[in-house]
Design a protein around this ligand. Structure first.
Ligand SMILES: O=C1O[C@H]([C@@H](O)CO)C(O)=C1O
Length: 556
């Protein structure tokens, strides 16, 4: 008997989420795994299919929630997985069922969205293939996938407590860079006591370099994503060029690069031809840019079959670009264009423009990040539930400001008054309106320092209309927007002392977080929330309830 059609279009996963001791970079540490793995299993589906993930929280003493990064959750805003925004956390010992449609092909991610759990290893990839009969506008022989991360030996708790302490204790630079969950920490940097305890074991085979095996003459589509906690990265493969063809799920005009700059939350596909001398292996490396970091590069082996995958390349690993050379990073941002034949042109005009000044502030003595001097805090009751069930006393009803003091604020200076406030108000957007967002970077609380922030929007893609230096000029800069072939993305950097202009349509009923994807920066308040079309949101599943004011107010 043939299966009912509906069943054939469903992909089911059962995930056991727990802490396990692992040694991703040779140093033994508690890692959050899914079915024993970090990175977790790749979700593979075809456009239009339904994904069901039944997740059991076996973390014993910790809540969890999983965000499906890049999936818009049309019709299922309650399954966006953003704790405090779209759902209550999943408590230990319980099973939560996520169910949503992957409505567009491309490369996406999933990761924890509770506390700072992402950096403990709870993440993976989602690959959505095109519908039958449709083809990518490029060809390749094999499809491969790597996720780049940075890695700390301290626990997420130590980080969170330090960030929330007075005096502030910054998380510092990562201990290692991982390529698809693998790295090699230099054990001689640890004290003998930790070596004796077997904490760092460089001969442990689980912490060998990641290997990417290729056959000479073949072309590889390499899907490269970053889910770093902090770092902006450059990725390069010795002696091999890469052609960028996809960014955040959309096809782009091919751009040939020697190194790919990638920010936390971004996904790319690059084409690589194995066209070098095949009798040896080559290094693939990641290195930190945009911060003056002491973290050594992450290494992987680009292995030409049939050379032994563990055979070290005969050369020194490529070092990558200088961390403070911003020009090539801006050049890559500006070079990306929507692929011809795959344009989704933006609406020519906007209905509302919101300027987000990114600053570091002090709030009641704590170091925080803010948008227009408001540092974000999550309410006890998730916004989606609060709005749908009219629990309006659960968060600040005054919306945060649409801009800052353009005339008087000097973005190049440390501010005389560094104080800001913490609030949990939200931006309410008119349904179907076209919204322009200007991310305006500024000096941090340290002199002559402006950081790079990768901003990620939930529930939408946005057109990237342009990037610029200095203070955004509301009258002249919009004249330079690319309204012809801007890329659609869900994550975008704002470069130091610069601005980035985005446009999106508020056409997805729900409540959506927009935040810096640096895990500690969001923890420190660098985010905002948008509501649109709440009245069109269907009945909320009772599984997302169970915290704050939702307790006892909702019938199952
Ligand atoms: O949020 C941050 O705090 C530190 C620094 O600004 C203060 O120590 C840093 O580099 C960040 O990105």
């Amino acid at each position: 008997m043939a299966l009912p059609v509906a069943d054939a279009r469903i992909r089911r996963y059962r995930w056991d989420v727990k802490y396990e001791y692992k040694s991703p970079d040779c140093v033994k540490k508690l890692v959050i795994t899914i079915n024993g793995q970090s990175p977790g299993p790749t979700i593979r589906a075809q456009q239009g299919e339904t994904i069901i993930v039944e997740l059991t929280n076996n973390l014993l003493t910790e809540n969890v929630a999983i965000h499906w990064h890049g999936i818009r959750q049309k019709g299922t805003p309650w399954f966006d997985g953003t704790e405090g925004v779209t759902q209550c956390p999943i408590v230990p010992g319980t099973t939560f069922k996520y169910q949503f449609v992957v409505d567009r092909s491309g490369t996406y991610l999933y990761h924890a969205h509770y506390g700072m759990q992402r950096e403990a290893g709870l993440y993976g990839s989602i690959h959505v293939s095109l519908p039958d009969g449709e083809k990518e506008p490029f060809t390749y022989d094999y499809d491969r996938n790597i996720i780049l991360t940075d890695w700390y030996h301290k626990s997420t708790y130590e980080h969170a407590v330090g960030l929330d302490s007075i005096p502030f204790q910054w998380v510092g630079e990562p201990d290692s860079l991982l390529i698809h969950g693998k790295g090699r920490f230099n054990c001689s940097k640890l004290t003998t006591a930790s070596l004796d305890a077997g904490i760092c074991n460089a001969t442990n085979p689980v912490c060998s370099n990641y290997t990417l095996t290729v056959v000479s003459g073949k072309t590889y589509r390499l899907r490269i994503s970053s889910l770093t906690a902090l770092s902006a990265l450059s990725f390069q493969i010795e002696d091999h060029n890469m052609t960028i063809v996809e960014a955040d799920g959309f096809f782009v005009e091919p751009v040939v690069v020697q190194n790919l700059f990638i920010y936390s939350g971004e996904t790319y596909s690059v084409l690589i031809k194995a066209d070098q001398e095949p009798s040896r292996n080559y290094w693939a490396t990641t290195s930190i840019v945009s911060r003056d970091s002491s973290t050594p590069p992450g290494l992987a082996v680009f292995n030409y079959y049939p050379n032994h995958p563990r055979r070290s390349p005969p050369t020194d690993p490529p070092t990558g670009p200088a961390w403070d050379d911003v020009a090539p990073r801006k050049a890559q941002s500006n070079a990306l264009r929507a692929r011809h034949g795959f344009f989704h042109p933006p609406p020519p005009l906007h209905d509302r423009m919101i300027v987000f000044l990114n600053t570091q502030n002090l709030v009641k003595g704590r170091t925080r990040w803010s948008v227009n001097n408001v540092s974000f805090t999550l309410p006890d009751t998730p916004y989606l539930i609060a709005l749908k069930e009219n629990l309006t006393d659960t968060f600040d009803q005054t919306p945060p400001p649409d801009g800052y003091d353009f005339l008087n604020y000097d973005i190049y200076k440390q501010q005389d008054n560094q104080n800001g406030t913490s609030r949990n108000g939200i931006y309410r957007l008119d349904f179907n309106s076209t919204v322009d967002i200007i991310l305006q970077n500024a000096n941090s609380m340290q002199r002559n320092k402006s950081e790079t922030h990768p901003w990620h929007l939930h529930g939408h893609d946005f057109w990237v209309l342009g990037y610029g230096d200095g203070k955004f000029d509301m009258y002249n800069d919009p004249k330079k927007y690319n309204l012809v072939d801007p890329v659609l993305k869900n994550t975008v950097p704002v470069h130091p002392y610069g601005w980035t202009a985005l446009r999106f349509q508020a056409d997805n009923p729900g409540v959506w977080l927009f935040h810096c994807h640096i895990e500690s920066h969001f923890f420190m308040g660098m985010g905002v929330v948008f509501e649109e079309g709440i009245e069109q949101v269907g009945k909320l599943p009772s599984s997302i309830m169970g915290c704050g004011e939702t307790l006892g107010r909702h019938s199952p």
